[in-house]
Design a protein around this ligand. Sequence first.
Ligand SMILES: [Zn+2]
Ligand SMILES: [Zn+2]
Length: 254
Amino acid sequence: MDSGSFIGRNYRIWQRIQTAVELIYPPRCLGCGELTEADFGLCGACWRDTPFIGGVVCESCGVPLPGEVDGHRIECDDCMKTARPWQDGRAALMYDGKARALILALKHGDRPELAKPAARWMAQAGRDLFRENMLIAPVPLHWSRLIKRRYNQSALLAQHLGRDTGIEVCPDLLHRRARTPVLDGKTAAQRAETLAGAISAHPRQGSRIKGRDILLVDDVMTSGATLTACARACHAAGANHIFVLVLARVAKDA
Ligand SMILES: [Zn+2]
Ligand SMILES: [Zn+2]
């Protein structure tokens, strides 16, 4: 038996299992729980209410920008004011409306199944970032928070993203040495100071970073302080280029 027919047969078996699973558990909308036909995870109404990012975006953080692509690098005011320690960044959603509810459910609501469709949206938004021999690294969570939440939502997104794109994932490439206080409500400078030195390459994994392009993955980017700390840790460990891909970007006035 050649491998082609083997794969073909396995695929057909897999399809039959999928169909059986769908008969028992018909797909439901991730946003409202209604039955859906599509594989996107959202019903039509929730899809319309979810602020997906498209069109012209800031090359550094992925926030949508007015105007048209003219072949020059475009950046938002934030990224022009504070140069990012990474090459390019993208976001799948704006942190608003339905997207905010989905992300809070993924983060605090114990709904890890949201990570799979979310990673697919990220794979779409980040398609220009993917490189040969890249390594995906999730933003780390301190172990004490990990116990409370049971899973690191960024690591979950990274794993699904790796499956969707075929890019290698290293879940513990970076680690948080100190437990940092919640950053919400702090200024950019305060966030940066709180995080300085808190994140570093894991001693066991540091050698995997050297000379490689790293894709940092997180659920939400607000000021970018956490991603900045992660990027600096990767640079310190000898990374080549660093890219950033998040599920959602918080708008400046949000
Ligand atoms: Zn819905
Ligand atoms: Zn930007």
